[in-house]
Design a binder for this molecule. Structure first.
Ligand SMILES: OC[C@H]1O[C@H](O[C@H]2O[C@H](CO)[C@@H](O)[C@H](O)[C@H]2O)[C@H](O)[C@@H](O)[C@@H]1O
Length: 270
């Protein structure tokens, strides 16, 4: 099982009316949250240091929409809350102040790893051999694993120099797609909370989704290009923030991820 691949697998299974199989995949992912606190990149022991683009709530929603299985919603609900905590924890959260002095919270990818990926150790060591110090190599391994968490391994999206993989700076990028997925997760949790009668939680997550939507529109939207752009933090900092937003820090390159807010329709319903 791979995390974000499962989203499309589940959609395919639902189209094929294989509801039980789709549900079992979702329950496998729920189990990973129960066991590890987040959905692993994949169900293998060497993937315990990172997740992947968070689409579990979307899978639960697709299943509920197709089958009306409220039992599944109840079963998955605590895990969705737990997964949300993981994505807004100190590890992933960054505070940025906009031009009007308003503080926003957005998330970035960050693996808990600074060694070669066991599944691709030779490739990673070969790349790191271009660097001199152990510290520089460990930083590179950390950035490689974080890029793997993004599911975009490996895109120039995460590189300061698009032709040199040793310049990966994944953890310094605030990604459009990740924040859209979390915004949708918050909206989905609000819907589920309403369904199971948890009014206070529904209100909390509806507010959280609106706040992230505002952050995405304030910091990532580019009105001249009419698309959302990844935002780059200064790579010489410690990445804790709060950072002061600067228009020059938006990445003006065009990636499919710039349009993810359209795909999820997150721009309309906040
Ligand atoms: O289709 C599964 C995934 O395949 C790619 O990434 C995976 O393989 C990498 C190398 O073995 C590994 O380091 C990474 O953590 C895995 O996720 C692909 O880039 C992913 O998008 C995809 O989900």
């Amino acid at each position: 099982v791979y995390y974000w691949d499962s989203y499309w697998v589940v959609r395919g299974l639902l189209v094929s009316k294989m509801y039980d199989t789709a549900k079992d995949i979702v329950l496998n992912l729920v189990y990973l949250v129960e066991e590890y606190g987040f959905v692993l990149n994949g169900a293998r022991s060497y993937y315990t240091n990172r997740s992947q683009p968070p689409l579990l709530s979307s899978m639960v929603l697709e299943l509920y929409t197709a089958t009306g299985d409220l039992g599944l919603v109840r079963r998955a609900f605590p895990s969705l809350l737990k997964e949300h905590s993981f994505w807004v924890s100190e590890l992933h959260n960054v505070e940025i102040m906009d031009n009007h002095g308003r503080l926003h919270n957005l998330s970035r990818y960050q693996a808990m790893w600074n060694k070669p990926r066991p599944e691709s150790a030779t490739i990673d060591e070969e790349l790191a051999s271009k660097l001199n110090s152990t510290a520089a190599k460990e930083k590179l391994y950390h950035q490689i694993a974080s890029a793997a968490e993004s599911g975009w391994d490996f895109s120039s999206r995460w590189m300061s120099n698009s032709t040199d993989m040793t310049t990966l700076v994944t953890t310094f990028v605030i990604p459009v797609d990740l924040n859209t997925f979390i915004c949708k997760m918050e909206r989905d949790i609000a819907v589920f909370a309403e369904l199971i009668g948890e009014k206070a939680t529904a209100e909390l997550f509806s507010q959280a989704s609106k706040a992230r939507h505002t952050a995405i529109e304030s910091l990532l939207w580019n009105s001249e290009m009419e698309q959302w752009l990844d935002y780059w933090l200064p790579t010489d900092g410690n990445c804790q923030g709060p950072y002061k937003w600067e228009s020059k820090s938006q990445n003006h390159n065009i990636f499919a991820s710039n349009f993810v807010p359209l795909w999820l329709n997150a721009h309309n319903s906040g």
